[in-house]
Write a protein that binds this ligand. Sequence first.
Ligand SMILES: [Zn+2]
Length: 116
Amino acid sequence: MGLLDKMLARLQDDWCKGCKCTMEKTRKQLFALPSVTVGHYVEHKDPGFYQKNLHIVEKKADIPSGMYACGAIQYRCPECGRRVTVLDPFLPVRDEEKHEGTVVFENGELDEFLWR
Ligand SMILES: [Zn+2]
């Protein structure tokens, strides 16, 4: 995949590739990633990594400074019913967030773990 394709794919995380329409946000949850600290971010594509390392938190203030957070959003296509989970790892820095790029799971790899 070329760089442009990658950028477009990221912009279209909430697009159903089959129907070319915007998907609905059905669920949202914030997690802490205690095993990932400032300066040590590496992108993981393995759902097992997230199952081991995501810890549910209520709000960003619950995440100690220097520790990564990860937003999770589940989208559902209103046309075909397909579900997609998008993870958005970021480092909270004071009032800002340093986002690292989303990781998308299209085959329900994390559904049982995240949305049980
Ligand atoms: Zn669809």
